[in-house]
Every structure is written in C-alpha cells, then in structure tokens.
Design a protein around this ligand. Structure first.
Ligand SMILES: Nc1nc2c(c(=O)[nH]1)N[C@H]1C(S)=C(S)[C@@H](COP(=O)(O)OP(=O)(O)OC[C@H]3O[C@@H](n4cnc5c(=O)[nH]c(N)nc54)[C@H](O)[C@@H]3O)O[C@H]1N2
Ligand SMILES: Nc1nc2c(c(=O)[nH]1)N[C@H]1C(S)=C(S)[C@@H](COP(=O)(O)OP(=O)(O)OC[C@H]3O[C@@H](n4cnc5c(=O)[nH]c(N)nc54)[C@H](O)[C@@H]3O)O[C@H]1N2
Ligand code: SF4
Ligand SMILES: [Mo]
Length: 727
C-alpha cells in the first residue's frame, strides 16, 4: 500500500512552529551554571572544543574552551548557537507511531519497539534478511558507529548497511587508500602553519571549515601564498594570491595541466619519486599527452594561470594541499582526489614539517565514523569485509562464526534504488535525512513511500522521518559519553552533560534494546556503558590500518586527544603520517595514478545549457534539521537562493532579488536570484540545506562515481527563467 507522508500542518499542529525559534528569556537565561562540561561541537569535522554550561539537566549556554589546542577557544556561528537545540520545543520526547490520516501519536517504548521488531522479522521471514536495510550517520560518536555496524551485521544480520559519509568523504577515502593505503589526513593542522604554499581545491574554507581559516591566515602571516580552485570566489578566495575559477567537473584537467608544467619545468622531485613511489611513468606520460591549451579549454582556466599555479606549487620549499567536496562530489571524485595526490607526490612534500596533505572532513565524526564499520564494504579498523583474514578476525571478536558475517552490501544511494525497485522492503535509519540530502528528491520520496516498514531514530522529526511508521526518540550529542575523531585524525572525548529529556532514550540504549528483542542480546549485553563499547572497538581495530588499540578514555583526557594510528598503550599516537616514508600499501610505496579527463554524467546542451553546482552557507548545517530550528542561524540565511553572474542573469532577464525558476531533467525549484560577480558566468550555485519545494536536490543527478559511489552533487545541468510576478 502506498503511504503518504504526514502533512506538515499536522506535524506543526502537534509540535509547534519549527522555524525562528528563540528561547524565551535571552539574558534571563544567564543564570549561573551548576557545572561546565568540556566537550566538542556536535556539528562539523573541525570538532572544536567547547564548554557547555549546565543547570538542572539543561544546557543553558556555553563558554569557550581556550586550552583545547585545535581551536583555542574560537567557534563559528553554529558552535555558538548549538546549545539552543537542547530545550527546543520540537525535541522528540517520546516514541511515536504514524497513524494514517491522523499523524504521529505518542506510544510506549514497548509498543514502538515491539512493532519495529515484529515488522522487521516479518519482512525478513518473507523476503530474506537483506530485505531489511539500515542507514546510519557520522554525527554519531565512534562508539555508536561501531555499535550500529555490529547491530546491523549481528542483530539484524543484513548486509545492507551504509551511511551518510557515502555522500561526503568516500571519494577522498577511496583515493587515499589507493595512493597511500590509509585513509586519514596525512598531517595535523600544525603543519599548515609551516607551509609556504597552500593549495585549496574545491573547499569553501571560510564558511565550511571556519577554524581551518585561522590556520591558513596564521600561515599567511608568516609569508605563505594561497591558491584556491573554485568556480566561485568564496570569502577566502577574495584575498588569495591566485584564484583558479575552474569549470565544475573539470578539476582533473586543470591538475593534470599543472603536473605537465611541473614536469616540463623540472619542478618534480625525481629522487623522491624513484625511491618512494610507483606508477610515475604512466602518470607522467598521461600528463604529457594532454596539451596545455586543452587543459585550459576544458577547465576554463587561462593557460598563464595554470602555469603560474604550477610554478608556485612546484617551487615551494614546503606546501600543504587541502581539498573537500568541491572536487569529491563528482562521478570522477576519486580521480580528482588522485590528481591532487599526484601533485603532492611529484614534489615529495609529505612526512616532514610544513609538508602535508588532507581532505577536510565534513561531518562531526566523519573521520572516526568512516573507520569502524558502518560502511557497506567495511569492518572495524577500516578492514575489508571481503578479506578472509579480516572477516575471521572480526567474527572472532564478535563471537560469531565467520560464515554468519554478512558480505559486502550496497551503498546509500544504491540502497535507495533497491527500495525504489521493491527489493528492499524495510528500513531502519539513525542520524540521516536522505529525503533532503540524497540527489533527486522526487525519486527518494517515491522510494520511501514503497517501504513496508520504516523506523527512524532521531531527536527531531526530520523530513525523511515524516514517512516513518515508527519514530524512536533518540539522544543529542551532549546526552551520552563517547569519542569522536576530528579532521586532523585526533581522537577526542565527547562528554555527557545532561540526560535525555522526557521519555527520550540514548541512541545506545535503543540499539541495545532492539538487539535484545531481536533475540541477539548475548552479543551486546556486555556493553554496560560507552567505555565498554570503546574498549571492544579498540580490540576490533587492532591490527587494522585505523588502529585505536592504544587509545583509552583516560589518555584522551590527559593528552587533549590522541592521533591514530596508535597501536599500543605506550605509543605516542601519530600526528604526522609517513615520517618514515613507508606507506601502508602492499609494496610500502605511495602510488601515482593517471587521471585522464572524462566528462561528467551530465554536460550542458541546448535543452539544459547552464551548469548547476550546490553546497553550503556558514549558518546552516547539512539537511538543516538542527540549524533550521535555531532562530539566530535562520536569521543569518532564512532561505535558499540562486547565485548567478550578471552576464547570465542579463541574458535571461533575471533581476537581483527577483524569483527565478531552475529546472533539470528531474525537477524544478523557484528561488530568489542573487546576482553576484563572484561566480563563473556559465554556472549557478544553490545551497542545499532546505527541504520540499526549496530543495536543491529536486534538481541533482543520481549518477555515482564508479569506485566511491558518491553522487554527483557538484554538477548537473539546468535551464533557467525569470518568474514573472503575478499581476
Ligand atoms: N557551515 C557549514 N559548514 C559545514 C557543513 C555545513 O553544512 N555547513 N557541512 C560539513 C560537511 S558534512 C562537509 S562535507 C563540509 C563541506 O565543505 P566544502 O566542501 O568546503 O563545502 P561545499 O559548499 O559543499 O563545497 C565547496 C566548494 O566547492 C565549490 N565547487 C563546486 N563545484 C566545484 C568543482 O567542480 N570544482 C571545484 N574545485 N570546486 C567546486 C563550490 O563553489 C564551493 O565553494 O562542510 C562541513 N562544514
Ligand atoms: N545537493 C547537495 N546535497 C548534498 C550535499 C551537497 O553538497 N549538495 N552534501 C552531502 C553531504 S557532504 C552530506 S555529509 C550529507 C548530509 O546529509 P544528512 O546526513 O542526511 O544530513 P543531516 O542533517 O546530518 O541529517 C542527520 C540527521 O541526523 C540527526 N542527528 C544528528 N546527530 C544525531 C545523533 O547523535 N543521534 C541521532 N539519533 N540523530 C542525530 C539530525 O537531527 C538529522 O535529522 O548531505 C549530502 N547532500
Ligand atoms: S567550526 Fe565546526 S566544529 Fe567548530 S564551532 Fe563551527 S560547526 Fe562547530
Ligand atoms: Mo559532508
């Protein structure tokens, strides 16, 4: 039976208005806290240290945590306002079930959990175990990520588990593993300060990794030069030394062009290449096969600017390359990452002070969450689910026969495709809002309406959960103990400040209770607290590339975090990888890979002549479930808009501030035009944090990178038109 989501009027009638919430009081709330809890921001991968002010089981404010070395007390607007989620009127305080035609009604935990377990077991009995899928998210701590992985494989016994990092850092992870055999920033951010040239590719640093901005500024104070590759002149690019306004989807052509110039001008380190790398000849030949004019034509960057970038990078004594989703959200995301790594390897600038490379992690625990087993192809410690020894080891840690361990499943978008096809019939989600964050929202909505059963675990009723049969009221970041791993690879402590309010429960206790009711309690009952889960994670990760064995809660607190790999208790941790120039590949060498240019899944044509790219604004976070509920952040950017260059706007008769229509092969949106000179004239940009009619993902394409399975969020094609005001 096709199920309709609950109409928004019904939801808001029950839960009150969701927008523009500001807590009553303001100054009145500034009563003295009873305690200050040192923890970290729940939002992005910078994982800033913060102190939460607590009074009577409520978080009432924050103080900077000056001693935490990464951000030294600094915070961005989201970190400053995050505490306003705690007492928010939309907070889910009890489990609920959806009653057709009525909306959501509160039910007892027994009823909610019994219904979930009964339905999951029914679907599995009728259609097989893999007809149930689980989708998870990396705003969750390491402990919860590990627990979800074990829960799906041991309690649900399904292979269909994947996570929202699939929309985020998987191209970087795949590229890093291919080149280095390990998936982590090669350096702590301290090395940025020593770099003389910093190259940022596809990252809006100022808005999306605000504390990294501080590192780059400090490096520039010491004389570093900054190169930025972005189709937009982002806030940080406005002052950089060289901005390369690449055509979306053409980074590999530009980067290969730079490599060619470096080869021709003898700016490559042949001694390093010879001793520590493999694959150079093919990569060099492939770069030399691309004429510079061709690289310029494809990338839309002038030949002289490619040469300038190559010489700046090539001649630098020290350098740091940072990239993010701008190059990774593509059907050739992995190639783009490898093209960046080729520049780093060609100059041999790794493993020593001021010489570094990193992808900037996105979600809060985007790093740790991608290591401990909730990816469809992975087991804890960043082990491979298809590797017989890896399977044997984890099966042993979990106390199950190896044959019972499910094999590789499908990626997040592929799971949604299988739901759409009717092969997957039931879903459990935690910490993921795919209706807003997956490409092609109309497709996702259709898929969700075909599910026979759906249980969502969240603390707010996100847009995807409107389609759920059962919603389980879970916990906020500050309601459980745990650990997280920052963009630098530093494992840090998340501290519990308060208990979940009302009848809400911790995510951990919900998963443990479900495991018990699924008859698999014996594999989970020893998890008496978060530390017990962490201690099993340590053992499970031992010997893997992401080895946490030597990290304990006590050490993290004493040392302000520990960098993995940390294989033994006495090991100091590893802030800088590759100091011995031994890589984690089978031959111990770093690998070059040729990255010849190939077009994106969609290229402009007569029907859809304009390129659409999507991304973020500083005040909103991801699908907006959390930040669209915080008044001060809503005020900073109340609605999405279309950034469009004056030339393009003029061609279509679109005025600044007027409504315009953007249409792709998949859907359309009508949004306000923001006419700016800071974007390429062939490209428009829409921030994606809003749902429904305002969602950028009504337009985007479901095409995936063949290796990483990341969707092509950064490039689709559209047609545009002004919308005449009704007369
Ligand atoms: N304020 C805020 N901060 C966040 C988040 C948030 O939602 N809001 N989310 C966090 C998460 S999960 C993530 S993944 C990170 C994302 O951090 P970023 O990757 O820095 O952010 P995006 O806005 O997705 O994209 C970055 C830039 O890529 C550019 N771009 C688009 N297409 C291309 C291309 O083809 N090539 C190149 N070179 N550039 C291109 C866009 O113009 C944009 O400026 O931010 C994290 N921090
Ligand atoms: N067009 C376009 N689409 C994109 C992107 C883009 O650049 N352009 N970026 C992509 C990227 S990089 C990302 S990371 C994804 C993110 O997409 P999502 O992961 O879907 O976005 P979130 O808003 O993080 O959704 C997480 C949900 O988890 C809940 N949550 C947060 N913390 C917890 C917790 O501790 N426990 C529980 N139980 N729930 C929790 C929140 O309330 C929210 O409902 O979006 C992707 N989609
Ligand atoms: S930079 Fe990221 S971690 Fe730091 S306060 Fe802002 S959102 Fe939070
Ligand atoms: Mo992300």
């Amino acid at each position: 039976m096709a199920k309709l989501p609950v109409p928004v009027e019904k939801l808001t009638a029950q839960f009150g208005p969701t927008l523009n919430y500001s807590p009553v009081g303001g100054w009145q709330n500034r009563s003295e806290p009873e305690k200050l809890v040192k923890t970290h921001c729940c939002f992005c991968g910078q994982q800033c240290g913060i102190q939460l002010k607590v009074r009577g089981n409520r978080v009432i404010g924050f103080e900077p945590w000056e001693e935490f070395p990464f951000n030294r007390g600094k915070l961005c607007p989201k970190g400053v306002k995050r505490y306003l989620q705690d007492n928010h009127p939309d907070r889910l305080l009890a489990p609920m079930k959806r009653v057709e035609g009525t909306g959501f009604v509160p039910v007892s935990w027994d009823e909610a959990l019994d219904t979930t377990v009964r339905e999951l077991q029914r679907v599995q009995a009728q259609f097989g175990r893999d007809a149930v899928a689980m989708l998870s998210g990396v705003s969750l701590t390491n402990e919860k990520s590990y627990l979800v992985g074990k829960f799906a494989r041991v309690a649900l016994q399904t292979k269909e588990l994947d996570y929202n990092g699939r929309l985020c850092m998987v191209s970087a992870g795949t590229g890093n593993k291919k080149a280095f055999g390990i998936d982590r920033a090669a350096n702590s951010w301290a090395d940025i300060l020593e770099a003389k040239v910093i190259l940022c590719a596809g990252t809006n640093v100022a808005e999306c990794s605000p504390i990294t901005t501080d590192y780059i500024w400090r490096a520039r104070d010491r004389g570093a030069k900054l190169i930025m590759i972005d189709p937009r002149v982002t806030p940080m690019a406005r002052t950089c030394d060289l901005h390369l306004p690449v055509r979306p989807g053409a980074d590999s052509a530009l980067l290969v062009g730079m490599l060619r110039v470096m080869i021709e001008q003898n700016l490559v380190d042949l001694a390093f290449i010879d001793k520590y790398t493999s694959g150079w000849e093919e990569t060099r030949d492939s770069a030399l096969a691309m004429p510079l004019e061709e690289a310029s034509r494809i990338s839309g960057v002038r030949v002289e600017d490619i040469v300038k970038a190559a010489t700046m990078w090539g001649e630098a004594p020290t350098s740091f390359l940072l990239h993010a989703r701008g190059i990774e959200h593509h059907t050739k995301g992995v190639d783009n990452v490898l093209a960046c790594i080729n520049l780093v390897l060609a100059t041999g600038r790794l493993g020593r002070p001021g010489c570094g490379y990193a992808t900037i992690t996105g979600q809060g625990n985007g790093q740790g969450g991608r290591e401990h087993g909730h990816k469809c192809d992975q087991l804890p410690g960043n082990r491979d689910i298809e590797n017989p020894q890896h399977r044997e080891y984890i099966a042993h840690v979990w106390g199950i026969p190896e044959e019972e361990l499910p094999r590789k499943g499908h990626s997040a978008q592929e799971i949604m495709n299988l739901i759409h096809e009717g092969q997957i019939k039931a879903l459990v989600s935690i910490c993921f809002n795919p209706l807003v964050s997956l490409p092609d929202s109309n497709f996702t909505r259709e898929a969700l309406s075909r599910l026979e059963h759906y249980t969502a675990i969240d603390f707010f009723l996100n847009e995807t959960a409107h389609h759920a049969d059962i919603v389980l009221a879970g916990s906020l970041h500050e309601e459980e103990e745990g650990t997280s791993t920052s963009a630098e690879g530093r494992v840090i402590r998340i501290r519990k400040a308060v208990d979940p309010p009302g009848d809400a429960r911790t995510d951990t206790s919900i998963l443990l209770e479900m495991a018990r009711r699924l008859g698999r309690g014996k594999y989970f009952d020893h998890f008496t607290d978060s530390e017990a889960i962490f201690n099993e994670l340590r053992v499970a990760s031992k010997g893997g590339t992401a080895d946490y064995y030597g990290i304990t809660y006590e050490r993290i607190e004493n040392e302000m975090g520990v960098f993995w790999p940390c294989p033994e208790i006495g090991h100091p941790g590893t802030p800088r990888l590759f100091e011995t120039l031994k890589f984690h590949t089978p031959d111990g060498k770093a690998h070059f890979h040729p990255t010849p240019y190939r077009p994106s899944a969609e290229e402009p044509d007569e029907e859809y002549p304009v390129i659409l790219t999507t991304g973020r604004v500083v005040s909103q976070y991801l699908s907006g479930t959390q930040t669209r509920r915080i008044g001060g952040l809503v005020d900073m950017c109340p609605e999405p808009y279309v950034e469009i260059h004056p030339t393009l706007a003029q061609r279509y008769g679109i005025r600044d501030g007027a409504m315009m229509r953007v249409e792709s092969r998949r859907g359309a949106v009508v949004l306000k035009a923001k006419v700016v000179t800071t974007i390429r004239p062939d490209t428009i940009f829409i921030p994606y944090h809003w749902p429904g009619d305002l969602a950028a993902n009504n337009l985007t394409n479901r095409a995936l990178d063949p290796l990483s399975k990341i969707p092509e969020f950064k490039k689709s094609v559209v047609r545009i038109a002004p919308v005449e005001p009704a007369s």
